[in-house]
Design a protein around this ligand. Structure first.
Ligand code: NAD
Length: 472
């Protein structure tokens, strides 16, 4: 498949750039598709289109925005199977997981943006002053490859709801979901210019961020790139929303139901081959329970059959690309050299696999908090176990990384879980395995980022205030 048409002024147009990116199927390692990057001229056309789109859409009614979002949700739902298949082919996400998790998350994202529109207080009278919430302008949305359609929706749907226009630069490593999303936008009845799509990698991303006609940058991706984007945006005083990496802890308190907790913790560290920003990659357990946790956790790995992501029986596909495979392997290698104890998994391909970027689920114990594997995001199916002797030490360990995106706590009562959760310096905490509610604000503290997405909170991210004095 060749991705060589960008989207501007409500139509697909030929890219004229010379750079090309190859996307390899992580199961076969064969070339799956090629992305042709946009030239400067294409980028300018998309930004010009977004300026026209903003003039039009910033004065649209809330009813129009709701109507378009409802249609977008419908159009996306119609493409669910195609999106799930592209995720399997391009990033190795098991096809059932794409259909049951990645696409539904995107649909919820559109729904909550539509509902958030109604919940928002758009005007407020204060004495003789009328305070209005107004759209910021043209948004540059830059997204990664791991949950590509959800991450695109998390930016574009609230921007549409806010009355902004968007130039979207999706990951060059997962183009299929982005194109299907754009086709859904095209069919949604949104006026041309409101949402635009450009293809390209880091270089094009840099040019987009520093373009003077971009008013705000919304980025999801690695902390290193997020830092660069904030620096680039700061020279023009642009607002930035940054959704970055994480090293989230799942904390088991002494009175927790271990049998209920462990399958969920394993799932939250291995789902999507561990390539989730909210991955619970550190398990914190009381020292006295370590032996029991280890002996109960390791057999659960058998319920994660590894294989072709297009096979419905597969629970663990390959990691998305060769670079991820090398990173996972080298981080496990370093951890073992530093004294970590291997409970299951390890480096290299699993038995019986001679090709594909497969990494088995790896669980490491005897991990010290100062080890790289306990501090840095692996972005692979790797879970490390750390022990604590007191609740104070558990809090210190949970908060002992530069990140603060997510976390989990398991306790005998919800009151105990909530008390512990409130001591965690992180944007969200899942208590006793509850479902994550996508209508609540999502985002990080520290090196996990700045700003919030989801529902009305995501819309507010793209709004500014205007005060009219003397207005009634
Ligand atoms: P990445 O940072 O390498 O790339 C993300 C996007 O930024 C891509 O579209 C890429 O082309 C673009 N880009 C790269 N360099 C750029 C630059 N200098 N200027 C502008 N754009 C640039 O991340 P990735 O490897 O695609 O994704 C994995 C990372 O994303 C992980 O660290 C993960 O934790 C993070 N992530 C965070 C969240 C969240 O919501 N907090 C969600 C998913 C993934």
């Amino acid at each position: 498949m060749l991705y060589d048409r960008f989207y501007a002024h409500g139509a697909f147009q030929s890219c004229t750039g010379s750079t090309r990116f190859s996307v390899h199927n992580p199961t076969t390692e064969e070339q799956e598709s090629v992305v042709r990057a946009c030239s400067d001229q294409d980028l300018q056309a998309a930004i010009d289109s977004a300026k026209v789109g903003f003039a039009l859409w910033s004065v649209s009614t809330l009813e129009e925005r709701q109507r378009v979002l409802a249609k977008l949700e419908e159009e996306l739902a119609q493409r669910a199977a195609a999106i799930a298949e592209s995720l399997a082919r391009e990033i190795g996400c098991p096809v059932w997981l794409g259909a049951l998790m990645q696409v539904p998350m995107a649909l919820k994202g559109v729904q909550f943006a539509r509902e958030g529109l109604v919940e928002l207080k758009w005007t407020e009278q204060i004495g003789n002053g009328l305070v209005e919430r107004v759209p910021v302008g043209v948004i540059a949305a830059i997204t990664p490859w791991n949950f590509p359609v959800h991450q695109i929706v998390a930016k574009v749907a609230p921007a549409i709801a806010a009355g902004c226009s968007v130039v979207l630069k999706p990951s060059e490593l997962a183009p299929g979901a982005a194109l299907l999303f754009m086709e859904a936008v095209h069919a949604s009845g949104l006026p041309g210019g409101v949402v635009n799509l450009v293809w390209g990698g880091p270089e094009l991303g840099e040019r987009l961020v520093s373009h003077p006609d971009i008013h705000q940058v919304s980025f999801t991706g690695s902390t290193a790139v997020g830092r660069k984007i904030m620096v680039a945006a700061s020279s023009q005083l642009k607002r930035t929303t940054l959704e970055l990496g994480g090293k989230s802890a799942a904390v088991i308190l002494p009175d927790a139901d271990i049998d209920a907790a462990l399958p969920v913790v394993l799932r939250m560290s291995a789902v999507n081959s561990g390539q989730a920003c909210v991955s619970q990659s550190r398990l914190l357990v009381p020292e006295s329970l370590l032996a029991e946790v280890e002996s109960k956790l390791v057999p659960l790995v058998a319920s994660w059959p590894i294989g072709d992501p297009l096979d419905p029986a597969t629970r663990l596909g390959p990691v998305a690309n060769a670079r991820q495979h090398a990173r996972v392997t080298s981080m496990i290698d370093v951890a073992l050299a530093q004294g970590a104890r291997l409970l299951t998994g390890g480096i290299g391909r699993p038995e019986g696999r001679s090709q594909g970027w497969f990494c088995p689920i790896t669980i490491l114990s005897n991990v010290r908090p100062d080890m790289e594997i306990a501090q840095e995001e692996v972005f692979g199916p790797v879970l490390v176990i750390l022990t604590y002797r007191s609740e104070t030490e558990a809090v210190e360990l949970a908060n002992g990384t530069r990140y603060g995106l997510s976390g989990a706590v398991w306790a005998g009562t919800s009151a105990t879980a909530a008390a512990f959760a409130r001591s965690m310096t992180t944007g969200q905490v899942v208590m006793n395995g509850a479902a994550q509610n996508l209508a609540t604000p999502f985002g990080g503290w520290g090196d996990s980022g700045v700003g919030r997405e989801n529902g009305r909170f995501g819309i507010e991210e793209y709004l500014s205030y205007r005060s009219l004095h003397g207005a009634q």
